[in-house]
Ligand binder design. Structure first.
Ligand SMILES: C[S@@+](CC[C@H](N)C(=O)[O-])C[C@H]1O[C@@H](n2cnc3c(N)ncnc32)[C@H](O)[C@@H]1O
Length: 214
């Protein structure tokens, strides 16, 4: 995707939903969420899932995390006129997530069609690599969830092994999630394109098993 030069300005202007210094809210996201669940989508791309789910579930605070400035700009453009107060977005790298959220602060982490990073030397960048999982375990509540969807069989297999090896409990797994209708869950931009090609969608849900081992 070509760099969107207008994205920087748009991000600076959209103080209604862009969290420019998430570290300032660390431990205090409840100020925004109240009694609502806090759900974080990591790698939100152009924002379709975040926008759709925030509208469907106003009883949750939806926080999108996306490192690519142009993607964040496009997501903000898409919701110029229909941003709701439960939509927040962070333009940053999830490697820093522990600096933004305190222990036990998050209810659900969504990983939608994460970059597969197929080469061995890229393994550490996968969002289900051990260091990311350690961060997720810290910021999730003891009964929190990681929910992953992907088209990529190798990344899915890697993730099942990685979470298993790191002591997470597999709650649900599907190797063809969209075979049945799931109106409760929005279709992401990538998901729509893979569904159009007839590819199966893999999905799994994990809990940090046996409570937390911090
Ligand atoms: C393949 S796209 C999927 C986008 C969207 N979730 C979808 O399903 O349509 C993956 C996105 O994750 C973002 N991403 C990858 N690693 C990230 C990280 N460490 N922190 C934040 N975003 C990341 C990329 O910039 C990219 O926009």
């Amino acid at each position: 995707m070509r760099k969107k030069h207008w994205a920087k300005d748009m991000i600076a202007q959209r103080t209604d939903c862009v969290i420019s210094d998430p570290g300032e809210l660390r431990g205090n996201w409840k100020q925004l969420a109240g009694d609502r669940q806090i759900r974080v989508e990591i790698g939100s791309g152009k924002g379709d899932y975040w926008i759709s789910m925030a509208h469907r579930y106003p009883d949750c605070l939806w926080i999108a995390v996306e490192k690519d400035e142009s993607c964040v700009g496009i997501a903000l453009k898409k919701c110029l006129e229909n941003t709701t107060e439960n939509m927040k977005i962070i333009n940053g790298d999830a490697a820093e997530i522990e600096q933004w959220f305190a222990e036990d602060e998050i209810d659900v982490i969504h990983l939608n069609f994460s970059d597969p990073w197929p080469k061995k030397r890229q393994t550490k960048r996968r969002l289900t690599y051990g260091t990311f999982l350690d961060s997720y375990r810290k910021i999730l509540k003891p009964d929190g969830l990681v929910i992953m969807k992907t088209d990529n069989a190798k990344l899915f297999e890697y993730s099942l092994v990685s979470l298993g090896d790191n002591g997470w409990h597999l709650e649900e797994v599907s190797v063809d999630y969209r075979r049945e209708p799931h109106d409760e869950d929005a279709i992401t931009e990538y998901e729509a394109s893979f569904m159009a090609l007839g590819q199966p969608i893999y999905r799994a849900i994990w809990k940090p098993s046996g409570g937390k081992q911090v």
